[in-house]
Design a binder for this molecule. Sequence first.
Ligand SMILES: [Zn+2]
Ligand SMILES: [Zn+2]
Length: 191
Amino acid sequence: MPRSSEVFKLNTFELPRRAGEMKEYELDIEVPENVGVPLIFVPAGDVIEVDARLESVTEGVLLSASIFATAKGECTRCLDPVEVEIEKKIQELFNYTAKIGRSKKSSSEDELDLEEEFMMDGDIMNLETPIRDAIVLGLPFNPLCSSECLGLCPECGGKWADLPSDHAHESVDARWAALAALDIDLPDFKN
Ligand SMILES: [Zn+2]
Ligand SMILES: [Zn+2]
């Protein structure tokens, strides 16, 4: 989907490029593909709401935004549907020109901390990365319907929460079960 990032682009032509000027935008971004982590995400076709305030500063445009969305997934223990309400505030500077000669730290650990640098593309501000990052950071990697979720019975797949407290299965002798599965004639050991 080459055009997927188009929906995240905000044309800021109405914002005067004088430091101190401000403009507010309310955006409803219908996402063309899932946004989130594999087990829980804002599904394609759903809307991410963005209340954005743009401010002209000397180096570029400062974005302050609140992001609202609902991520949907499944409880990793019992497979019930799980929804997570996301409400995140972000602030990012979009530069008019790339900063050259920034000091780079050497160790790889520090490089992970380097903030991503965003650039204006003429009047266009591409909000995709800041919005994606904010949503991913707001999501659990192991979504649960509740932290106390007991999950499923490994024998029958029933939900422990719905099963009677004395729920149990006859334990089958694993050796006999294996032989039975082979479907061969066995001598009668049992008299
Ligand atoms: Zn659960
Ligand atoms: Zn069971």
